[in-house]
Design a protein around this ligand. Sequence first.
Ligand code: AMP
Length: 285
Amino acid sequence: MMVFSTPDDMRHASAEWRAAGEQLCLVPTMGAIHDGHLALVTAAKKAAKRVVVSIYVNPTQFAAGEDFDSYPRNFRADQQKIEAAGGVDAIYAPQAMYRDQHATHIVPSGVALPMEGESRPHFFTGVATIVFKLFQHVPADYAVFGEKDFQQLAVLRQMVGDLNLPISLIGHPTVRETDGLALSSRNHYLSAEQRAIAPLLYQTLGKSAAEILAGGDIQQSLDEAKSHLLAGGFTKIDYLDLRDATNLAPSLTAKADDRLFVAAWLGETRLIDNCAIGSHPARSR
Ligand code: AMP
């Protein structure tokens, strides 16, 4: 696997592939590679002949006091995991993506405003700006993103459409532990006790999905789900919403592809998850 660390080297390799008529798929990550990331890589290989995984912990999507400094970084281990899963054509691991005088940002509105946009107002500007920059360095035909971060995928689809970017985005379903917990680099932060509580997040989404699909009152179900999480050991809930999957507007009459979205804290660790109410395994129980 080639490793590139500058935009020029990355662009040069991409241009050679494109000149040979080969399509290119990008998988952007912040490293701490796990099986969720590797599933995106497998999807990328199906989409295009050439695959690039980018690894960059993007400072502009962390606010002061968030976990930028403690975010897990281990390039060698990441490289080995990708290699063991069959490898990719290149890893793009830029050292720095922002020059000192950087002053240009992409500030998404629309689907970026609720939920994460309210809890972490800096976040989607950081995400959209870095992904736009990555798309300039890796001029790919496709990029794969996880539905684990469903709102992020919606924000990026909105950016690609609004700015007419010549790239197709592929969404990949969330990869979970056998107990339902969504794989996440931030799961490393959980103590053994917190890790035992964490699956309650997805279980609770399932309970709510089943109630809402059965015609239960949406607000009552959401309120009960929040209480259930707090009673079960979660320490704070940023949001727990039912929303339309396309425009992320609050859903007042439940449709099977409407999604439940949650962000909740276990001590210092913030976990997010989401699912379509019609696809949670608990829906028919
Ligand atoms: P991150 O490194 O956490 O920024 O994630 C990089 C990409 O992997 C994003 O598109 C995420 O949505 C995706 N991803 C992270 N965790 C999972 C998961 N458990 N299942 C599927 N995709 C994931």
